[in-house]
Each structure stands twice: as C-alpha cells, then as structure tokens.
Design a protein around this ligand. Structure first.
Ligand SMILES: C[S@@+](CC[C@H](N)C(=O)[O-])C[C@H]1O[C@@H](n2cnc3c(N)ncnc32)[C@H](O)[C@@H]1O
Length: 313
C-alpha cells in the first residue's frame, strides 16, 4: 500500500466517527508498505497489509475474503480481465464501454474513488484526470490482480476458452496512465474507510445491484463526495436478484412502495431531489445507455445494457 494513502484512511467500523488509522510497518519498499497493519486509534482494531494489499473491511464483510467463489474465482478473473482490457489485446469482440464511461472524467480534479473497481480499468482511466485515484473492491482476487497491473504496467493472464482449456493473453498497458498516484485496496462500498468530502469524483459502475444494501451504498458515496466542484458517475443494468438482497431493498423493479417502477427513474429522482440521501443534491448533466459485455468462455457471453448518469454538484 502506497504510503500517501494513509493520511486519508479511517476505521470502517467506527463510521460515522472519523477515526484515523495508525500505520505499523514491518516491511517496505520505496514508498510502498509490503507488510504491516493499520490500527484504529479508537476501537483498537488492526487491519492487515499483506503482500502490499491493505484489507480495510468491517467485521461483517470479513467472510468475503475466504470465499473462493463468485468474484474471487478464476472464472470471474478471466471474465473481468477480458471485459476491462480486451481492447488492449485487440480482441475482435471488444466493446468500448470503459472508454465511454471514462470520457466523463473531466472538469474536476483532486482525489477520485472507483467503488467496486474489479480489476481496475476505470480507475486506470481516472488517473489521467485526477491527482490521486483509489479503487476499492471486496474481491481479494480482483484487487491482487489490479495491483499487479499497477506494478508491472503489463497484463498477463489465462483467458478461459472452455473448462480448464485456456489461452495466454499478454499486453503492455497505457503509458499515459499515472501509475504512481493510484492505489487499489480491499474495502467495502457500505463502509468506505475515507473521510467525508474527500473525493471530487466518485464512480459507482455496475455495483448497485450487487451490494446487500443499495441505499447505504449511495449514502456512502454521498458522504465521501465533495459538496461542490464534484462529479458522480453512476451506471447499472438494474438486474435485481433476490439472492443478493431482499426485494424490499431493491431500488426499482417493483409495482409499489417508495421505489416502484424502473430503477433508472428512481436513481434520477434520488440524485436530483437528494431524497434525503444526497445533500446537497446533484444536477444530472448526462444520461446514456452503454453496451457492455462480460465474456465467460469462448461460447458464453453476457450482453449488458448499463444505464449511466453523470451528475455534478
Ligand atoms: C458487476 S461487477 C462490476 C465491476 C466494475 N465496476 C465494472 O463495471 O467492470 C461488481 C463489482 O462489485 C464488487 N463488489 C460487490 N460488493 C461489494 C461491496 N460491498 N463493496 C465493494 N465492492 C463490492 C464485486 O467484487 C465486483 O468487482
């Protein structure tokens, strides 16, 4: 974990109190902490730094680390590396989704946060605009790979063709990205380990429907987003799923209740009226549907329409 990150880290368990974390270094290389920990000055909890990765999760999400399935599986790693970087190795089926999302990053500067960054493409793109970029995700597998990309500035991975049959894909990454001012950490969208109003840009791309409490995710995005001169990039396919959360927590896809109707309409209202969540509310400056693909195997693809909103305040 790069040392510059430490000055803005807080204990996720003590939020909304802003309790700083004290850095305890066992091993470091240049300005990178390889082994050590972060200790809360209030509750005394210790968050480990292992092989350069900081794990700043509240207790309720610790179990995600030992789950080798879902977003920690080798299948998901292959899928997301393809989705994020297929244009770099000139795959004929590549989409330009991440270039379209990242074209929105202009007009603000300072710190930027990519919530649910997966293997990091959007975070890398943000580094062209912002002085510091932090990507967070609860998947250890994704964050390990994103940090490897950051250090090696090169992609090497086994693309799944079918079952255990794979093909190697390798390529150099963009030399325009500002690798020194980026970092990836394991953290939870529902308890962001950062102070109020730190970020001038926050992205929530394809994660709303994946968290167990979407309203808390939006409230956390609002808490860390600056009150002015800031932008929020939101995008989601709104494919609500009861295996992720109870339908009572969905922000759309229902015929009654506060969040009846389509999710995108509710998000427009939440952002522009504040809805008790965004204070101050935001001004929507762009709405667009973005075609995005996840490649599972040579024969299995998900074609996704992600509905995006760019909003400022
Ligand atoms: C559908 S993927 C989208 C990834 C990326 N934003 C993109 O658009 O390519 C959802 C991501 O959210 C992450 N995620 C799920 N729950 C999370 C949470 N509570 N906090 C942080 N990340 C989470 C997953 O690990 C996964 O990387």
């Amino acid at each position: 974990m790069k040392k510059w990150l430490n000055e803005n880290l807080l204990c996720p368990e003590c939020i909304p109190e802003e309790m700083p974390l004290e850095l305890d270094i066992s091993e470091e290389e240049d300005e990178d902490v390889i082994e050590g920990g972060l200790i809360c000055s209030n509750c005394g909890r210790k968050y480990p730094i292992k092989k350069g990765i900081a794990f700043i999760l509240p207790e309720r999400s610790q179990a995600l680390l030992s789950n080798g399935m879902g977003y920690n599986s080798r299948e998901m790693l292959s899928s997301y590396l393809w989705s994020h970087f297929c244009d770099f190795f000139n795959d004929p089926d590549a989409t330009d989704a991440y270039r379209i999302w990242s074209a929105n990053f202009k007009g603000t500067n300072g710190y930027a946060l990519d919530i649910g960054c997966a293997v990091g493409r959007l975070s890398f793109e943000m580094s062209k605009t912002y002085s510091h970029v932090i990507g967070i995700d609860t998947s250890k597998t994704f964050i390990e790979k994103a940090r490897e990309l950051l250090i090696k500035r090169r992609l090497d991975f086994e693309l799944i063709i079918e079952g255990y049959i794979t093909e190697r894909r390798s390529c150099d990454l963009d030399d325009q990205w500002n690798y020194d001012n980026m970092e990836f950490i394991v953290a939870d969208a529902l308890a962001l380990p950062f102070p109020k109003s730190l970020f001038s840009a926050v992205s929530s791309v394809n994660i709303l429907e994946k968290v167990p409490d979407p309203l808390l995710h939006l409230a956390e995005a609002d808490r860390v987003l600056r009150e002015k001169d800031s932008m929020f990039l939101f995008s989601d396919p709104f494919s609500w799923d009861e295996s992720v959360m109870d339908s009572g927590l969905w922000l759309g896809g229902k015929s009654d209740g506060q969040y009846k109707g389509r999710g995108i309409g509710n998000i427009h209202r939440i952002l522009s009226d504040g809805d008790g969540l965004f204070d101050p509310p935001l001004e929507i400056i762009e709405k667009k549907d973005i075609a995005w693909k996840i490649r599972k195997t040579a024969n299995l693809w998900e074609h996704i329409n992600s509905q995006s909103v760019v909003a400022t305040r």
